[in-house]
Design a protein around this ligand. Structure first.
Ligand code: XIL
Length: 314
């Protein structure tokens, strides 16, 4: 029977994909699913392309990138500028506007040039907004102000004319001050300056029963598309309190269906990426204590009801 990526492509999407991380790649059952392009047509390294404490270390990222090449899977590259998981020297150095601009441009130019032709898309700037719609405080904002967004996207555009350049964030999957800020303070801000931005990544880390409705997600996606950019669901998962029970798994099915179904209704929603597919490899238990079962496969590799629910809407 057909599987997730096959069905997504038949429905007009570019891919159904998953994030994956280097330590996971020694589990042979996991790999057999990851490698199956009927299931996953796209990979995102969940950590491998984030900066390492040294200077430029491409080895961790290359492991997932090479896997995508071998399997002929689309690669989403993640990410270039973020407040979190920064190389430690970024926050310990005393910067001037000129020296930080140089460091930012050099970092982006090296990274993007190194991966050129392999990345379908780059998450150029990750999570630059607060929930109230203000710019999130980080070293770049402190020293450069919002100009850092322009510097980052312009440097990425210069280094890879072919990669689709994305802004990526959470809590922008539904209408509100943060989604409005993503339109006005990120997309519009760059467009007004004549700087290329091609897409907005809707992370979509949802909580069971609190996922925005399909209609709200469609309307929100369209609000970005009306500005002339693509959208993608980039980090989908739906967490629940431990232990999972039948009611939560049934609600989770509806929540996954709302997200995937919304993407299907918006032609410029290019694809759907889950933030890993196997519960034991999910980031959720480590970040949201007491929560789990957010992915599509249980620890014994049987599938969640949500997996079949997603198949039904694809
Ligand atoms: C997470 C990874 O999954 C974890 O392994 C890591 O410890 C922290 O980062 N938003 C993002 C991703 O854009 O980069 C984050 O990934 C999850 C939230």
């Amino acid at each position: 029977s057909a599987q997730l990526n096959e069905l997504a492509k038949a429905a007009g999407k570019l891919y159904f994909g998953t994030a994956t991380d280097n330590p996971e790649l020694s589990n042979s059952t996991y790999i057999s699913i990851l490698d199956d392009t009927r299931e996953f047509g796209q990979l995102t390294p969940s950590n491998g392309m984030k900066p390492s404490p040294g200077v430029f270390n491409y080895t961790p990222g290359s492991i997932v990138a090479n896997l995508a090449t071998k399997n002929r899977q689309i690669l989403r590259c993640h990410n270039l500028v973020w407040y979190s998981q920064l190389a430690p020297w970024v926050t310990t150095t005393t910067w001037t506007a000129a020296s930080l601009t140089r460091a930012l441009v050099q970092h982006i130019t090296h990274e993007v040039s190194h991966w050129r032709s392999q990345c379908y898309a780059w998450d150029v700037v990750n999570e630059a907004l607060n929930d109230d719609g203000s710019y999130r405080n980080n070293t770049f904002l402190q020293i450069l102000g919002p100009e850092y967004l322009k510097i980052a996207f312009a440097a990425a555009a210069a280094a890879d004319p072919a990669a689709r350049l994305y802004y990526n964030d959470y809590n922008i999957e539904y209408a509100g001050p943060k989604a409005r800020a993503a339109r006005e303070k990120i997309v519009g801000f760059l467009q007004d300056a004549g700087i290329r931005i091609d897409g907005v990544g809707l992370e979509s880390h949802f909580l069971v029963g609190e996922t925005p409705s399909l209609e709200d997600q469609v309307e929100n996606m369209q609000s970005f598309v009306r500005m002339g950019v693509d959208v993608a669901i980039t980090e989908l998962d739906v967490r629940m309190l431990n232990p999972p029970d039948e009611a939560s798994l049934a609600q989770q099915t509806k929540d996954y269906q709302a997200a995937v179904g919304a993407c299907l209704q918006v032609p410029r929603c290019v694809g759907i990426t889950v933030w890993d597919f196997y519960d034991p490899f999910s980031w959720i238990p480590g970040t949201f204590p007491g929560y789990g079962s957010a992915d599509l496969y249980f620890p014994d590799f049987t599938k969640h009801p949500a997996y079949y629910g997603v198949m039904d809407v694809l």
